[in-house]
Design a protein around this ligand. Sequence first.
Ligand code: HEM
Length: 296
Amino acid sequence: MESIENLKSHYGFTQQDVENLKSLLPVMSGYRQAFVEEFYDYIKDFENTPRFLKDEQVIRKHQDAIGKWFMELFSGEYGYPYFRELERVGMAHVKINLPAHYVNAAMHFVKCYIDDILNREIKDDQELVHIKRSVDKILDINLDVFTCSYIEEEKRVIFISQKVETYLVGFARRFSYGLNLVLMLGLVLLGVLVMGLFAYDLTHVFDGDIEKGLLATLGSLLMLWVVIELMDTEVQHLKGKKFAIKVFISVALVAVIRKILITTLSTETAIGQQVSLVFAVAVLGVLYWLISRVED
Ligand code: HEM
């Protein structure tokens, strides 16, 4: 699958689309049950449907999954967890050898079904056009991910066994997502510790050592800013955006600036050390600027 960010940008999926889809949630909630029923009414005519939806238990499970999938279209959350779920759905269909054509045809029904609701519910013509465009985008993105599962399966080279490899890939994905959550927790903890450092540095001001207190406090505030940047980057990453490498440079930059602030207070610091720190800031600054230009 393309990266989440590429997928969204290739379909021109913007924040406005997110808002448009989210605004439909209350209306669409009222149609959840009817949607599932009509969806089933539509796919029951495909000649091989009973081969895939073979008993009451599978049908009930699928109906529940379809209802949830329908509501998620309007959740307003289209980050990493959303796309992970879409990949899972795509793989579920591939695993049972469901023809890709069935999914495409079913998606065509979904498009028409939502179109009919929008025509009934939205009176303003201009608004109707915009909302329909957002719905088209999210449905096309869904179909894109589902289709990719079929293509990836065709391209896949089996090394040991398909079952083992599917399990391993799924496990690796879940594990990497879990690690991201651990990283997030670590950053929250770090934020709390830096706030403690900030309070400690502030005590120097009240101890009478105003210069040391102010400079050290400034240093810890800079660190707090870096932790916020790191957290923000990680949240954006979990939402599906590209990881901003420049944040790592800013961490190093802030660490060196803090060191300069502290060493300026010490009379024992050699001038050579000060110069090398300033040089390091200059190099990191240029790197930061270059990476920002590339990333932007
Ligand atoms: C827009 C089209 C479709 C969507 C959005 C969709 C959605 C889903 C979802 C959300 C799942 C559950 C995946 C999981 O949790 O593992 C699923 C599984 C499945 N789907 Fe679909 N589906 C579509 C079309 C179809 C069609 C046309 C058929 C059959 C004619 C079908 C048959 C199945 C079956 C048999 C499963 C596995 C059920 C199980 O044993 O758990 N799907 N689908």
